[in-house]
Design a protein around this ligand. Structure first.
Ligand code: NAP
Length: 248
């Protein structure tokens, strides 16, 4: 039987690449997006062209009511999910901490941390053997920023990814005996639209020469790590992280 996978922020970037790859691996794909319905439709259509099953779901996953409604719609369309990728996330303009206001910090934590908390809570209720579920796998998309701290650029973002790492470690232990594995990926500099949101669309090209592999990464390279962590090939791994950083 096909497993059902919800990927938050799957209309573009790493989430979209993960959706396309997971579609080829036989999952039913729930393609969540915030506002870009055209991009989400393109991903759904491509998955269907490749022979897979997918539905697009608009929801701001940082808002509790929208997450509850999202899971109800997925229950209706596919039944309880078996896998979750907490991928949706944002950056704001490069800035020092002394120039950041509280509203910005709250936006970053809402979009990057609260979203993962809300989706995970709903996923547990459907996947945990404690609730009669059949288990599952969760992958949280963190960042190398959790380790480097992103000074002079996005310390707020790095803090939020540190929270995601701690969430991953705690959840993995809390859920290990209930059939749910929880792991993380920490991408480095990957070619996606997110850098434009930070005010520097060509950021990866500026930095790539300083990386050990001397190149930026592709979203598909992160997707491969995510799919491995979702799969039974990683059946004895929980609370672990894969860095996809070209050696940084
Ligand atoms: P991206 O290309 O900017 O795509 C962001 C995706 O998230 C879009 O599909 C967007 O939907 C969706 N989204 C944003 N806020 C949302 C919300 N509140 N609810 C639902 N969907 C939302 O980003 P990306 O670079 O692929 O990043 C994906 C993840 O990887 C993020 O967690 C990011 O922090 C992490 N990461 C990225 C890099 C990198 O270099 N790219 C490095 C390390 C970590 P719309 O299309 O509707 O706007």
């Amino acid at each position: 039987m096909r497993k059902t996978l919800l990927i938050t922020g799957a209309s573009r970037g790493i989430g979209a690449a993960t959706a396309l790859l997971a579609g080829k691996r036989g999952y039913n794909i729930c393609v969540n997006y915030l506002s870009n319905s055209e991009a989400a439709s393109q991903i759904v259509n491509q998955i269907k062209t490749d022979g897979g099953h997918a539905v697009a779901y608009q929801a701001d996953v940082s808002k509790e009511a929208e997450v509850l409604s999202l899971f109800q719609k997925i229950d209706r369309d596919f039944g309880p999910i078996n896998a979750l990728v907490n991928n949706a996330g944002i950056l704001e303009t490069q800035s020092r901490v002394d120039q950041m206001d509280l509203e910005r910090l709250m936006r970053i934590f809402n979009k990057n941390v609260v979203s993962a908390f809300l989706c995970t809570r709903e996923a547990i209720k459907r996947m945990s053997t404690r609730y009669g579920g059949s288990g599952g796998a969760i992958v949280n998309v963190s960042s190398i920023a959790a380790r480097t701290g992103s000074p002079n650029e996005y310390v707020d973002y790095a803090m939020s990814k540190g929270a995601i790492d701690t969430f991953t470690i705690g959840l993995a232990k809390e859920l290990a005996a209930e059939g749910i594995r929880v792991n993380g990926v920490r991408p480095g500099f990957i070619y996606t639209d997110i850098h434009a949101d930070g005010g520097e669309p060509n950021r990866v090209d500026r930095i790539k020469e300083t990386l050990p592999m001397q190149r930026g990464g592709q979203p598909e390279e992160v997707a491969n790590a995510i799919l491995w962590l979702l799969s039974e090939e990683s059946s004895f791994s929980t609370g672990s992280f894969i860095e996809v950083t070209g050696g940084r």
